[in-house]
Design a binder for this molecule. Sequence first.
Ligand code: C2E
Ligand code: CA
Ligand code: CA
Length: 838
Amino acid sequence: MNDAKTDKQLRLYVGLVASGGFLCLLWAGISVTAVSPGKLLYLATLTVIIAAANGPLIVLRIRSESRSFSSTSGAILIAAATVPLPWVILCTAVGVLASKIFLRDKLKITFNVAKDTMAATAGATVAYLLHVRPDADLSLTVPSVPRLVAGLALAAVAYAIVDDLLGNTVMALATRTSWLQAARRNWDVVVTVRVINVGLAVLIALVVAQEELLIVAMVPAVFALQFATKNQIRQRADQEAWARLASSTDRLNVTELTSVLHAAVTRAPGLFSADEAEVELRDLRPPQLVRGSAGRVGYEGPAETAPARAGSFIEAPLEGPDAEAAGVLRLHFRKPVKLSDSEHNKLRIFASSLYTAIRNARAYAELTRISAENAYAAAHDPLTGLANRRELLEQATEIFRARKADGMCAMLLIDLNHFKEVNDTLGHGAGDEVLREVANRLEASASPGDLVARLGGDEFAVLFTGLPAPAVATHRAEAMLADLERNIVVDGMQLTVEAAGGIAMAPASGGVQELMRRADVAMYQAKRSGQRTAVYAHARDTADVGRLMLGGELSRAVAEHEFVVDFQPIVDLGSGEVISAEALARWHHPEHGSLSPMQFLETVERSGQLPAFADAVLEQSLTAYRMWREAGFDLPVAVNVSPRSLLDETFPSAVLSRLAGHGVAADRLVLELAETLTLSQLEVVDRALSELRNAGVRLALDDFGTGVSSLSVLSRVPVHQLKIDREFVTAVETSSEAAAVIRSTVDLARSLHLTVVAEGVESEPQRHALWELGCVAGQGHLFARPMSSGRLLASLQRGSGGRPGALADVLHNAGSVVRMPHRRSPGHGRSALPHLPA
Ligand code: C2E
Ligand code: CA
Ligand code: CA
C-alpha cells in the first residue's frame, strides 16, 4: 500500500470521527442547563483533571506513529459520576483540547478531541442509564457503593470499546498493520491502566460526595498518581525493551557474515519501531548494503544500486574503540522521528554488538579460509597443482578402507627418463615447465575417478579405480605414457619426454604402502628392460634391489673398487673376427652380487659420483686395451658415456689425460653416446665433442634409431659410427619395417662414411640377415656375452676354428650373398626410416 493512499484513507477516517465528535458536542450544547456560579469552580477543576489525565502516561512508538496511554478514562468516569451528561461531554472536549492544543499536528488534535468526546459520551451515557449520575440540578446524590462500582465499571467498558475501536483503527491505518495487531499491542498495559482508573474514579466520587470542594484537592493527587504510574510503566517497558535488545543481539552471534547482517536488518526494525533497517559496509569495495524490514530481507547488493528511501533515517556507526568504522546501521522511518535518550542508547549498543558480530564473522571466515588454504597446500604439489604423495596415500587408504564392489584398483608409478638432464641443460625454469606439461597431460588422459599425483622430483603416480580387469590398467597406463612422448615445446625448443611406468594391482593385504612398493619395483623393471611399462610380478620381486638404498653406498663403491668392467667383443659379421670390444660396467655389490648398469646407472647419474665412476670405467678399459695389445690383439675399446658427463667441462681433458697416461693413441678409444636431449641442444656439448674428436677420439652414436631426432643429432654431432639398436636387430627377420630401418641406416652411414655396428645379435639367421642388409659388424650373445678382460683375452687366444682373434666361423656361404648395391631406388631412401624425421 503506498503512502498517498494511506494518507487519503486516514484523512477520510479522521473526518468521520470528527463528525461523530461534533454531533456529540452539538447535542451537549443544546441539552446543557445553566448551573449556579458555585458549581462553575467544580466544573473547571474537573476539566483541569481531565486535561491533566489526558497527558501521556506512556508513549509507545510504532514505526513512525506514537501511541500514548493515559488515564483520561478515570477522569471522565469521575465526571460521569458527579455531573450531568452534557457537562461530561463539554468538560471532556474542553479538557482534551486543552491538553492537546500545543501539538503541531492538527489532524491529531482533531482526532483525539473527537475520539475522547465520543468515548466520554458512550461512557457517561451508560453511567446515566445505570443511575450513577446525579440529578440534573447538579446536587449530588450518592448511590450505594456497589451500584457506583458496577455502574462505573460498565461505563469504563463502554468508554473502552469506543476508545479502542476508534484508536486502534487509526493506528492500524497509520502503521499499515492489521487492526488486531494494533489492538493486541500492549493490551496488558492498557487493561491495567483501565482497572486502576475505575478504582480511582470510585474513590474520588465517594470523597467528592462528602465535600464537593475536595475535588480541588484531587488535582495534585491525580498528578502524583499519574507520575507514579508513569514511572512504573516506563520502567517495565524499558525492561522489556532491554530484554528484546538482548535477545536480538544474541541472534547476531552467528559465524556467517550474511546471517549476521540478515539478523540485524530483520530484527532492528521491530526493536526500534522503524519501518526498515539497513547495514552498509563501507570498508568493502564496492560498499555493500543489506536492507530489511521486520522479518524480511528486502535488498542485498552494492550500496550504489540500492533503491532510494524517502522519509527520515537515523544512523549509528559500526565501529569499535580501536578501528575505523566498518560502516553504518541505518533506521528508516516514513515520517520524522525523534528517538528518546534510552532508544539512542539501545541503538548504540545494538550497533556495537553488530560491529562485534561482523568482526567475529569476518575473523571466522578468514580462519576458515586459511585453514582451507592450509589443507589444500598440505595436500597438493605447489608446482603442478596435483595431489601430493601424502594426499595420494590418504585417498588410496580411504578407497581401500571403503572398498567398493565395483572394480579393482591399480597404482601406476611414473618416472621420467633423463629428467635431470633437462634441468641441467635447459635450467630449472624449463624443467618446471616440462613437469607442469607432464602433469597436464596426465590429468587430461586420466579417467574420472582416477587420482593423479606428483610424488616429488620427476616421479608421478596415478591411482586407477573401478577397473573391470587388470589388463585395463596396463592399457590405460600405456596410453598415458604414449601421450607423454608427444613433443613438448619449451622456450621454442621441442623436447621429448620419455618415462617408465610401473603398474601394480591393489594387493589383498599390505595396504597402500605395499601397493606403492610393488609399483616402484615394477617401474624399475620397466626402466631396466627399456619398456614403457611393466606390471608387477611377484616372481621377479624377490630378486629386486631397491635402487634408492644404493644411493648412499656409491662413495664406498668407488673407494672399494666395486665398479668393474666387462667387455663384449664386436665382431666382423663376415669373418667372425673380433674387431673391437665394448666396455660394460658392473657393480660387484657385497650384498646384492653383480648389479647391471640398468640397476644403478640412474642412481650414479643423479649422485655426485658420476665423474669418479666414469673415471674408473675408462681407467679399467684402457688397462684392458694395453693388456690385449701386449698379447698381440690391437682392439679399439668402446666406452659408454653418460650424457651428463658431456656437460662436465673437465670431461674431455680428463679423458685425454688418461689416454696420455696410458700411452694409448686417441683413435683406439671409441666413446658411445646415447642420442638424447643433451646431444642435440647444447653448445657446451658441441665444444666437448669437437675437442675430443679433434684429438682423434672416435665417437659412436648408441642405440641409433630409437631416439626421436636421430638425423638432427647426426647433423650436429660428427660421429664415426652408428650402433643399430637391439630392437631392430631382434626383429630383423620378422619385421619389414625393422629391416627397412637397418637398410636405411646402413645406406646413410655409407654416404656419410660411417661404420655401422649391430647390437644384440643372438642368432645365425640374424647375423645372416644383417649381412644381407649391408651391415658388416655386430655384437651379441651369438658371439660372446660381456666378460672380464682376462677371459676375453683367453677367448681371443683360443680363437674359433683354429683362427686366433676370431669368435665365430666365417659366415656360411657369405660369398654367395648378393650384397646390396650402394644406390637404391628412392622408395628405400630416408623415408623408410620411420623413427627419423627428415
Ligand atoms: P648398451 O650400450 O646398449 O649396451 C648393450 C647392452 O646390451 C648391454 O647391457 C649388453 O650386456 C647387452 N647385450 C649385448 N648383447 C646382447 C644380446 O645378444 N642380447 C641381449 N638381450 N642383450 C645383449 P648392459 O651391460 O646391461 O648395459 C646396459 C646399458 O648400460 C648399456 O647399453 C649402456 O647404455 C649402459 N652402460 C653400460 N656400461 C656403462 C658405462 O660404463 N657407462 C655408462 N655411462 N653407461 C653404461
Ligand atoms: Ca653402448
Ligand atoms: Ca646400445
